[in-house]
Design a binder for this molecule. Structure first.
Ligand SMILES: NC(=O)c1ccc[n+]([C@@H]2O[C@H](COP(=O)([O-])OP(=O)(O)OC[C@H]3O[C@@H](n4cnc5c(N)ncnc54)[C@H](O)[C@@H]3O)[C@@H](O)[C@H]2O)c1
Ligand SMILES: C[C@@H](CO)CCC[C@@H](C)[C@H]1CC[C@H]2[C@@H]3[C@H](O)C=C4C[C@@H](O)CC[C@]4(C)[C@H]3CC[C@]12C
Length: 380
């Protein structure tokens, strides 16, 4: 197929962690595309070089919260994968900004689909539209139909839930040209893999403490994490099958999962960090929960006091502590039944790829080397 004769996909947030994996996945595995439009606020120029004689990768700088930008990007396209979002559970950006990007941005995508006659939309939602809730109710091996007390207070999960609702409600609406819009929503659990910003932070923190990780969370609290390559793969399959079986996938939600083992957040991180010589100290939390909670509260207080001077947004706050301390694992085959999803990467391969990347941080990062040299012997 020569450039120009295939479909045009738009990937919003295509320069982000998931987005950039998705662009590469589409290039490698989706044969009917001739153009991928990578729409993002901050462009990653390296993606441009991925163009080949079959597919053109077009970088489009734009703001999802500006309808005109979105309309222009969607003009003449066939399908949108909407991953652009502000992912913030630390209070780094004001709640109003999160709503503007995550909710208004999604309204704009829907409006643009309608006005530009784009028939298919795959939305990247999050497990957070379900939970964990602030009551600490565990979601154990749940699926899309599992009953759960859904309660949102924090701006990020609230915005994702509102956006997902809009996306699902738009399924079946008439668009320009008289055709129908078909939408579906994928809900990844915590994503990991090459480029995961939070993993970089844990790695850097571990170097500062002499490759020691001090256990703060109970190992009995399980999280089901998912490899970024499999999240991208599931998006590709959903996009493909939404066009073939719109009445099956349209208006549906799917948890996004794979065969990664259920473990506590810290123990799961150790699957990769231990390959770099990191050790976890303690088989049980080293500090009692109430002390950790007080620390989390102190962080909120400091954030409030320092507001206007610096952005103080540490990893630990009452919300992240609640999420990390509540089991959230999914066990579902809905995506397999509806569109034949099977993880592309087995756990061993996902693990190996992530370890290779984490190790590369030490080779490339001079600052990390410095940290390492200073604290090399703390944990022996
Ligand atoms: N990281 C996770 O663990 C996780 C888990 C579940 C769901 N998700 C969802 O997956 C999607 C991708 O998340 P990610 O971890 O790759 O985040 P990310 O921050 O790496 O990527 C988001 C991208 O959106 C872009 N963006 C932000 N504001 C924008 C705006 N105003 N206009 C245009 N682009 C804008 C950013 O520049 C970034 O490239 C999000 O929708 C997120 O809610 C992430
Ligand atoms: C108390 C600390 C000791 O080491 C550990 C704190 C870990 C938390 C910062 C993270 C635990 C669970 C994470 C969330 C989860 O993986 C799913 C998410 C959904 C996604 O849509 C956005 C990111 C996140 C909320 C993710 C954020 C970080 C954690 C709360």
């Amino acid at each position: 197929m020569t450039a120009g004769s295939g479909q045009v996909y738009v990937v919003t947030g295509g320069c982000g962690f998931l987005g950039s994996h998705l662009v590469r996945m589409l290039l490698e595995h989706e044969k009917n595309i001739s153009e991928i439009r990578v729409f993002d606020l901050h462009l990653d120029e390296s993606l441009r070089t991925l163009s080949n004689d079959r597919v053109r990768v077009r970088l489009i700088s734009g703001d999802i919260s500006r309808l005109a930008d979105v309309q222009e990007a969607l003009h003449g396209s066939h399908l949108v994968i909407h991953t652009a979002s502000l992912v913030d559970v630390w209070g780094r950006v004001p709640a109003s900004k999160i709503t503007e990007v995550n909710v208004t941005g999604t309204e704009n995508v829907l409006q643009a689909c309608k006005e530009e006659g784009v028939q298919y939309l795959v939305y990247t939602s999050s497990m957070e539209v379900v939970g964990p809730n602030i009551h600490g109710d565990h979601f154990y091996r749940g699926n899309e139909d599992t009953e759960y007390r859904i309660y949102h207070k924090e701006p990020y999960p609230l915005s994702k839930a509102k956006a997902e609702k809009l996306v699902l409600e738009a399924n079946g609406i008439k668009i320009k040209g008289g055709k129908m819009l078909y939408t579906c929503s994928l809900r990844p659990t915590g994503i990991y893999g090459e480029g995961h910003e939070l993993m970089k932070q844990f790695h850097r923190q571990g170097l500062r403490t002499g490759r020691c990780v001090f256990r703060a969370l109970s190992p009995a609290i399980e999280h089901g994490r998912v490899y970024v390559g499999n999240v991208a793969w599931m998006h590709l399959l959903a996009a493909r099958q939404l066009q073939i079986h719109p009445s099956t996938l349209g208006g549906q939600v799917y948890f996004c999962y794979d065969s990664s083992p259920y473990k506590s957040y810290e123990d799961f991180n150790m699957e990769f960090l231990s390959a770099c010589g990191f050790k976890i100290i303690g088989s049980r939390p080293l500090v009692p929960y109430f002390l950790l909670y007080l620390l989390a509260l102190l962080n909120v207080l400091l954030q409030w006091v320092l507001h206007g001077f610096i952005t103080y947004a540490p990893i630990l706050n009452p919300y992240t502590l609640a999420v990390a301390s509540t089991t959230f694992t999914v066990q579902t085959d809905k995506a397999e039944k509806h569109f034949g999803y099977q993880p592309l990467y087995a756990w061993e391969e996902a693990k190996m790829r992530t370890i290779t990347w984490v190790k590369s941080l030490e080779v490339s990062g001079k600052d990390l080397k410095d940290v390492d040299e200073k604290s090399n012997y703390c944990c022996s």
